[in-house]
Design a protein around this ligand. Structure first.
Ligand SMILES: Cc1ncc(COP(=O)(O)O)c(C=O)c1O
Length: 420
């Protein structure tokens, strides 16, 4: 039952500037009427099984009744109040719960409204940490090839400067120290030499632990993170884990740092924090970092405060999401998804043009030698009734943890068929 495109689409579309889109040549986007579970209901009557969970956020599926109820109740009491000089229970509860969930003394929570801003805040905290301690010149980060940390200026500067999507801005962005991840002893020696050479300029090391997401869905071992912790300790650098993609179960443990047994000095969270319902992010630090901002001098405070930080509706959604992680077997579901992705995508390995197949937690990746026409590939998935958004050379699945077995099977079968 196909319907004509809705009027709102044709009336509004000329005014919309879409993300990561060449507006001259792009196909019109799909008009969505509603979502439920792992299904996207289009305005023209088609229904797509979602393989992406809205950029990895909707970990409990869309419209989870428990999150909806929590947001509706909060809406009655207070949708938002500024966080300057005022606090509220949803934020206080959420900060306490995040501090309890994270290992070690990652106990001080600064809320913001997007992942990029959470990373900006982490970098700003790291730089100011040294300034507050009276150490000048430690303003740079060591970041890694394949990294993606966001689209704002400080975060673009710690993305892969050559292969990343922000390569245009080389020369405009503050130059950072970029290395290969220390995946073996040889690479570790190179990274260590770089750190030793720049130690008096470096504030922090920043990494997406276990899985680099938007830079290519590239995985590394937990040992890499232990090496980075040891390097940071040896050269007295702060270690930032950007868990905006990996946090809340995506790689198989609640946080990727748990698998490595490493406590970073700063961790950033967003995306699945609210179960994908609302915009919210958090930058969480260890005590030593927080204490470096304590002073009788007001200038040593962290001068940051996004207008919508700790939005009450978003905090209510996040608390409801954490309740679901406590009540429902999310990590077991991730383990089951991991198995299904491994089995379901395996046939791709033998197909011509496939460079590799890899799975980590609820992330399944088929890496191609190249994808000649991304738009055509996206269209084929939609024609097959699934929503999958390949980029670069990769076709990937990051479904909701609550996806039904037959929905997941449809996703993997479609990938196999299309890779074909
Ligand atoms: C690891 C990581 N860091 C930061 C970001 C930026 O988050 P946002 O898009 O909410 O600004 C992303 C988004 O994909 C991410 O995957």
């Amino acid at each position: 039952m196909s319907k004509d495109p809705p009027d709102w689409l044709w009336q509004g579309l000329p005014h919309l500037w879409l993300p990561y889109t060449q507006m001259k040549t792009a196909q019109p986007p799909l008009a969505v009427a509603r979502t439920e579970g792992s299904r996207i209901y289009l305005a023209d009557g088609r229904v797509l099984v979602d393989g992406i969970a809205s950029w990895w956020t909707a970990c409990h599926g869309y419209n989870h009744p428990a999150i909806r109820a929590a947001v509706a109740a909060q809406l009655e009491a207070m949708p938002h109040v500024m966080f300057g000089g005022l606090v509220h229970q949803p934020a206080a509860d959420l900060a306490r719960r995040l501090a309890a969930l994270l290992r070690g003394d990652l106990t001080h929570v600064f809320f913001s409204d997007s992942g990029s801003v959470a990373v900006e805040v982490a970098i700003k905290m790291a730089v100011q940490y040294w300034l507050n301690k009276g150490v000048k010149g430690r303003t740079k980060c060591l970041a890694f090839k394949g990294a993606y940390h966001g689209d704002t200026f400080a975060t673009m500067a710690v993305c892969d400067p050559d292969e990343g999507m922000h390569a245009h801005f080389k020369g405009v962005l503050p130059e950072q120290i970029i290395a290969d991840l220390p995946e073996d002893e040889e690479k570790l020696a190179v990274v260590e030499a770089l750190v030793a050479r720049h130690a008096d300029q470096l504030a922090a090391i920043i990494v997406e632990p276990l899985a680099q997401g938007a830079g290519g869905m590239i995985f590394h071992d937990a040992e890499v993170l232990r090496r980075l912790r040891a390097l940071a300790d040896k050269y007295d650098l702060l270690l930032i884990f950007d868990e905006i993609f990996t946090g809340f179960g995506r790689t198989g443990s609640m946080f990727a740092c748990e698998e490595a047994g490493v406590v970073p000095d700063i961790i950033t969270l967003s995306k699945a924090l609210t179960g994908g319902t609302m915009a919210l992010a958090a930058t969480i630090t260890r005590t030593k970092l927080f204490e470096a901002f304590l002073s009788d001098d007001p200038a040593r405070a962290l001068m940051h405060g996004p207008t919508f930080m700790a939005n009450a509706l978003a905090c209510a959604a996040a608390n409801a999401s954490l309740d679901l992680f406590e009540r429902e077997p999310r990590l077991k579901q991730v383990a089951a998804i991991s198995q299904s992705l491994t089995q379901g995508l395996e046939p791709c390995r033998a197909r011509p043009g496939v460079r590799g197949v890899r799975v980590k937690g609820a992330i399944g990746v088929v890496e191609m030698e190249k994808i000649a026409d991304l738009d055509a590939l996206k269209r084929r998935f939609i024609e097959a009734g699934v929503f999958v958004r390949p980029f670069g050379r990769v076709i990937y699945l990051t479904p909701a943890f609550t996806i039904q077995a037959e929905e997941l099977k449809l996703l993997t079968k479609t990938v196999v068929k299309i890779v074909g």
